[in-house]
Ligand binder design. Sequence first.
Ligand code: ADP
Length: 402
Amino acid sequence: MKILVINSGSSSIKYQLFDMTDKTVLASGLLQQIGESQSRLTHHTRNPRGELEEIVETGHIANHRQGFQLIGIVLQKSGAIDDTAELSGIGHRVVHGGEEFHEPTLINQKVIDTIRRLIPLAPLHNPANLLGIEVAIESAAAVPQVAVFDTAFHQSIPIHAFRYAIPQDLYEAHRVRRYGFHGTSHFYVAKQAATFLNRSLKSLNLITLHLGNGASVAAVKDGKSIDTSMGMTPLEGLIMGTRSGDIDPAIIFYLGRQTGLGRDQVESILNKHSGLKGICGVNDMREIGELAQAGNAQARLAIEMVCYRIKKYIGAYYAVLGQLDALVFTGGIGENASFIRAGSCQGLSHLGIEVDPEKNNIRSKAAFEIQSEDSPVNVLVIPTNEELEIAEETVATLKRNL
Ligand code: ADP
């Protein structure tokens, strides 16, 4: 059973082709710089001997339609598929499902119209996701397609946690509320944590920390998300690569008055020039780790601020959950930056969270635990796999609907 997973961005298309009988990746690729003079497709296929073969195509790809055509050609040329008829389904990552989508959904015209109606909530992401869906339907009309929403896992958050304390009519008219993102990743690692701990997900209380370029934390009670740090948009919450995370909202108006910067400029500063980049000039945590080791004071400050913010959320979500089975680190930083894991958990032994420095230094592509012998709370490092989760949810949705 072959499932193609598509993550269509504004100038890029990422894809993975899975054989869901054994969950192996048959092919994967990334088309970048769509619309620019030198677009670049890097494609990998696993050959019958299990080796990865690379194909690189460069040239001008004017739009997503041409991009999909090229991906189709390369998928065939590499032997990954001969015909789209071999696909059992296509799963699309869709960033914003608003209040309308609580679970992955089989795509039809009504679903497309609803995703389009949600564009004001995610103006950077939903149009590109939608384009991916429309072009995929054009190229493979007979293949069922499923939308998997970043927001869906967080639709279980109760109203007292998702409402902002702003006038009711603004919530009702403009749906200003917390939605949360990275839901596919939080759900995936929560399920993996249950497997690792040999428990049912329904019996577990977890704090899941997805720390990548974007970062968010979720409080998971009895297997369901009950709060998360990203809000109406991915700007709220933890300190990220280039996003500020939580700030006093009055800063926006103050900056406007003091500097004469317009609304869009301030928005761009908070999204693209803040976070790690704003603090120390670099947004890559690996590089920041190296700078900090070499004694760079701003890099050290960035790490301290990141860990302090994470720690505050751990404390808040622990209080909300009441009892905690495991803290789960994932994402490029969560999986690899042991100094961020150590710093975030430092001084939390009174909460039953203690990291063993030696276990924390293990490097592994599989899930591993890093809590000390006496730590009542498990601390886990679990690699995320959003593409596989989308593929699995696509299969489950097809089974439910067809
Ligand atoms: P995205 O949100 O774009 O998917 P990732 O989840 O890949 O991002 O995370 C990217 C972040 O992970 C970057 O800040 C990168 O520096 C960091 N990272 C990756 N490997 C390491 C490592 N070995 N040590 C520290 N940071 C790392």
